[in-house]
Design a protein around this ligand. Structure first.
Ligand SMILES: C[S@@+](CC[C@H](N)C(=O)[O-])C[C@H]1O[C@@H](n2cnc3c(N)ncnc32)[C@H](O)[C@@H]1O
Length: 230
């Protein structure tokens, strides 16, 4: 590949992990997707139309197997939840579980969150954005693949309402510090915990699959919450 083409390739925050899709997940991908699935090709989304009501909107990027999003949506029926994840078995699992529980407040994109934000989410429309245990890309040469970057912070800010906030959690100390540096320097945000401060895990944030993995490995945990102020 010539040098120029190499640089033109988009830097993505994920690699699609292999993973077996169970029969139940596959069935949900076929049967439930038409009800809960949203697609970038359909352009800007009108939340009041897709959910059939106006309610605060919480958007989660990279929900993995979806269990924490399911728990939050089930506990807070008065909020609308949008999940974004490219891992097909995880999408299937969340569709299947949400359908089994009869939840009507979840919609899902199975595409790159960067594209979903840019092409589908209206400006000033989100109350909360959640990013729990994003891929840490811990090797230095991979740090550019980390999703939390100055441009990302500003793209997200456009989508949040004033007073809305961005909630991150990670079990990688170096990524926590990177998040703190990027978000503290980002215009239009303030750290809800005070300058330079991490948050204890709030009781409303369920323990996620990757959090459990981090705990098994003896990692620490860091939550960060930044409010959009302007
Ligand atoms: C380390 S896993 C964490 C999953 C889950 N939040 C948890 O805590 O168990 C990160 C997830 O983010 C997804 N992801 C990363 N970048 C993404 C992007 N740009 N758009 C959608 N999903 C993304 C990956 O596919 C992966 O499933």
């Amino acid at each position: 590949m010539i040098e120029e083409q190499k640089h033109m390739r988009t830097v993505r925050s994920f690699v699609k992990r292999a993973g077996r899709t169970t029969e139940g997940q596959q069935k949900a991908l076929e049967d439930v997707w038409p009800v809960m699935g949203l697609e970038v090709k359909n352009g800007p989304v009108v939340f009041s139309e897709v959910f059939g009501r106006d309610a605060p909107v919480v958007l989660e990027i990279g929900f993995g197997m979806g269990d924490s999003l399911l728990e939050m949506a089930s506990r807070e029926p008065d909020k609308n939840y949008i999940g974004i994840e490219v891992h097909t078995p995880g999408v299937g699992r969340l569709l299947s579980n949400a359908n089994d529980e009869g939840l009507t407040n979840i919609r899902i994109y199975a595409e790159d969150a960067i594209e979903v934000l840019a092409k589908c989410i209206p400006d000033n429309s989100l109350d909360v954005v959640q990013l729990f245990f994003p891929d840490p890309w811990h090797k230095k040469r991979h740090h550019k693949r980390r999703i939390v970057q100055p441009d990302f912070a500003q793209n997200l800010r456009k989508k949040l309402k004033v007073g809305g906030y961005f909630h991150m959690a990670t079990d990688w100390e170096n990524y926590a510090e990177h998040m703190m540096d990027v978000m503290s320097a980002a215009e239009g945000y303030t750290n809800k915990m005070g300058e330079g401060q991490y948050s204890p895990q709030p009781e409303w944030r369920p323990v996620t699959k990757f959090q459990k993995r981090g705990e098994r490995l003896g990692h620490g945990m860091w939550d960060l919450m930044f409010e959009k102020t302007e």
